[in-house]
Write a new protein. Sequence first.
Length: 121
Amino acid sequence: MPDLIKNLPHTEGENGILYPIIEAYEPDTPEELKQPLGWIGRMILAKMGEENPNEAFQMRTEMTLHPYIKKKELKVQERIRNLADKILEKNPPSEIDMMQRIKDFNMAHQQAKEIILHEYQ
């Protein structure tokens, strides 16, 4: 067995075969940055790939691309929440009808997403 494979951490399968455990992140990467990208992260990644493909490739080889995009995605999600809250402050939801209240919350969230999406296009 080559030395490179011997040095990798591994787990043994039911059939006795050793399977390497390969991490695609730096060892000190927080768990929240290891989560899969959502639609916002995929949009940011696509835009970065179009505008700066060399930088995206370099970051991918250095295993820093996913955490970088995930940080941006989390910031955008926070901006959407804050903007939706501001929209709801200006147009408070109905206090009586629960269905109307839910519609108001959804409408504010959708408006905030559209405003933020317009910035990224």
